[in-house]
Design a protein around this ligand. Structure first.
Ligand SMILES: Nc1ncnc2c1ncn2[C@@H]1O[C@H](COP(=O)(O)OP(=O)(O)OP(=O)(O)O)[C@@H](O)[C@H]1O
Ligand SMILES: [Mg+2]
Length: 239
């Protein structure tokens, strides 16, 4: 059984005359342990799709079945459990808290709970895993972009989620650093995580397509396609 199945998912923003169809009848399946890129022009619905998978947004229509449960129909209390236990989010801008050290940032998702010694041990294990084992007490503002994103990845892993959702994770990084972050995400897929990456960078899509666990998905005007189109890599005519 696939880990994620979307059936006829649509998302409509606005009402009456100012309707925007951000997603238009999406069907998609993703197997556990895959690493998937979603590429498409600006405004094509990439973040909307990611936010729906992460239960940060609900679809207007359709089913979003994760692990056998339709999350589009879960009550809010169950949705917050789902966000906490099943999903780890990574963003372009890292969203680290400058007043906490590196270890404190990895532990952020546990702040609502009493942080136990074993949580700190897990944070240390994850920092070792992302290559920052010696930096737990560093101030985050002293980190490079790549190091900051590694901290954000460790933070996304603290609750041991099945699925990692990454919205432009290499968008603020130079190409070499970005490549090392993608390689880290690929190694997590090899360990069984399911990883979905929104990206504008064709090099990211290429690395993923060359991996046996990898898959590329293309989106345009809220619809998925099997092939990329030329305008996905061109500037808007309005620019
Ligand atoms: N909260 C919202 N309210 C109204 N419209 C929205 C909202 N969120 C997204 N949209 C619209 O839905 C469409 C898809 O947006 P989305 O953010 O998913 O695009 P994207 O592919 O992630 O673009 P980008 O590459 O620029 O990040 C756009 O037309 C956008 O303006
Ligand atoms: Mg976006």
């Amino acid at each position: 059984m696939s880990l994620i199945t979307l059936k006829k998912v649509s998302k409509i923003y606005g009402e009456e005359r100012s309707i925007i169809k951000a997603l238009d009848g999406i069907d998609l399946t993703i197997e556990e342990g895959k690493i998937v890129t979603i590429m498409g022009p600006s405004g094509s619905g990439k973040s909307t799709l990611l936010n729906i998978l992460g239960a940060m947004d609900i679809p207007t229509e359709g089913e979003v079945i994760v692990n056998g449960v339709d999350i589009a129909r879960l009550p809010e209390r169950k949705l917050s459990d789902y966000r906490k236990n099943t999903i780890g989010f990574i963003f372009q801008s890292f969203y680290l808290l400058p007043n906490l050290d590196v270890m404190g940032n990895v532990l952020i998702p546990l702040i609502p709970y009493k942080i136990k010694e074993e949580d700190k041990q897990r944070a240390q294990y994850l920092l070792d895993r992302v290559g920052l084992g010696e930096r737990g007490h560093s101030k985050v503002r002293k980190l490079s972009g790549g190091e900051s994103q590694r901290v954000a990845i460790a933070r996304a892993l603290i609750n041991n989620p099945k699925i990692i959702l990454a919205d432009e994770p290499t968008g603020n990084l130079d190409s070499e650093t970005g490549k090392s972050i993608i390689e880290l995400l690929i190694s997590l897929a090899k360990e069984g995580k399911t990883i979905i990456i929104v990206t504008h960078d064709p090099r990211v899509a290429q690395i993923i397509s060359e991996n046996p666990l990898g898959k590329n998905i293309w989106i345009k005007d809220g619809e998925l396609s099997d092939e990329p189109t030329y305008d996905m890599f061109c500037w808007d005519k309005s620019d």
